[in-house]
Design a protein around this ligand. Structure first.
Ligand SMILES: NC(=O)C1=CN([C@@H]2O[C@H](COP(=O)(O)OP(=O)(O)OC[C@H]3O[C@@H](n4cnc5c(N)ncnc54)[C@H](OP(=O)(O)O)[C@@H]3O)[C@@H](O)[C@H]2O)C=CC1
Ligand SMILES: CCCCCCCCCCCCCCCC(=O)[C@@H](N)CO
Length: 328
């Protein structure tokens, strides 16, 4: 018995060591240009701080000038005299030519973009039949098209330069459909399809793509979503993963992107979800694929418990609502 256990531990240790030797080393951001869409708030702003600490020059891109300037002054203390920071105001979701113009402005000052972080986005949480139909277009534009446009504006130059990083912020709601996120989930699932295609096309040019699936994260965007009011079902289901701090989410994401990992997740539920929904996603390390192969069946069984608890939440909330209506 002890022998089997010792053999197992030795095999795991060997795997970790082999994985460490084979896995790609992180690239350095020293002196490089990192452009962050949605860099004026939340996860994007904390990514800017982390990239500043790593020696990058930065472009923060969003619509509202005032919030951009405020974010800039929060990032500045982390910059050395050699690093610079530029703010560009543009709506990413409307006209591609405006987006391209904004990117050229940033590149004229800081040179070609080495890393693009697509953190601009928006969310609403409503039941499907109560969602204004315009919200479907609006979220597709804000979350999906904005990332397509920004990526289009940098990729040719990244390929020419022979290296770079493109990061997308999907969501756990981009890995499974969650009650109340009909418009939002669809726009985040769309990013996965795009990111998978892009990584296949860009890889031979040394450009790595990272797709991040954060859980609820305590940002101004998240607080706004709460203030607007969410269905009780959405609140209870999302509670499963808890709420994470934006600086932590930013640190994990930057670490994964610099290592060129495709799937990036946060926390235990993040790990379970990323593994059980890995599909035919590109492989980032030997350890990752071994874990996927060995655990996927088991995690599918685990997911059944989650699903049945979500079904119970949905029926309980419906019952409560019907009783409330009767009382009125
Ligand atoms: N917070 C969370 O719980 C989670 C967030 N995510 C995703 O992570 C990303 C960042 O989220 P979070 O930090 O909460 O974001 P915030 O809502 O706090 O900030 C959004 C940022 O995007 C910018 N932005 C929005 N729309 C546009 C647009 N059309 N053109 C240009 N800039 C735009 C905003 O600036 P301005 O309004 O001035 O344009 C702001 O800088 C989003 O894609 C979000 O969907 C994923 C999972 C969980
Ligand atoms: C093995 C199976 C494991 C299953 C785990 C299931 C966990 C489900 C939690 C869903 C949370 C959705 C958060 C969306 C966050 C977001 O994007 C918004 N806050 C945007 O503002």
């Amino acid at each position: 018995m002890l022998g089997i256990l010792a053999g197992f531990v030795a095999a795991v240790l060997l795997l970790i060591v082999v994985n460490w030797i084979l896995s790609s080393k992180p690239v350095s951001l020293h002196g490089k240009h990192v452009l962050i869409t949605g860099g004026s708030s939340g996860i994007g702003k904390f990514l800017a701080i982390e990239a500043a600490k790593a020696g990058a020059s930065l472009t923060l891109l969003a619509r509202n000038q005032e919030r951009l300037s405020e974010a800039k002054s929060e990032v500045e203390p982390y910059l050395t005299p050699k690093q610079r920071i530029v703010c560009v105001s543009v709506d990413l979701s409307k006209d591609y030519h405006q987006v391209e113009h904004a990117f050229r402005q940033a590149e004229e000052i800081l040179g070609p973009v080495f890393m693009l972080v697509n953190a601009a986005g928006a969310s609403v949480s409503e039941r499907f039949d109560e969602t204004p139909v315009d919200d479907f277009r609006r979220l597709m534009e804000a979350n999906y098209l904005s990332a397509v446009y920004a990526t289009r504006a940098v990729l040719p130059e990244m390929k020419r330069a022979g290296g770079g990083r493109v990061v997308f912020l999907s969501s756990q709601a981009g890995q499974l459909g969650v009650y109340g996120y009909a418009a939002y989930s669809a726009s985040k699932f769309a990013l996965r399809g795009f990111a998978e295609v892009l990584q296949m096309e860009a890889k031979p040019y040394g450009v790595a793509v990272t797709l991040s699936f954060p859980p609820d994260t305590d940002t101004p965007g998240f607080r706004k979503e709460l203030e607007m009011g969410k269905p009780k079902e959405t609140l209870l289901i999302s509670d499963t993963s808890g709420v994470f701090a934006p600086d932590h989410v930013a640190r994990v994401l930057l670490r994964d992107a610099l290592r060129g990992r495709f799937l990036s997740y946060i926390g235990l539920d993040g790990f379970l979800l990323a593994t059980v929904t890995c599909g035919v996603a590109p492989v980032s390390s030997l350890l990752e694929v071994v874990v996927q192969v060995l655990t996927m069946g088991l995690f599918r069984i685990v997911s059944l418990f989650y699903l049945s608890s979500f079904d119970r939440i949905v029926s309980k909330c419906l019952k409560e609502r019907m009783e409330d209506e009767k009382k009125r």
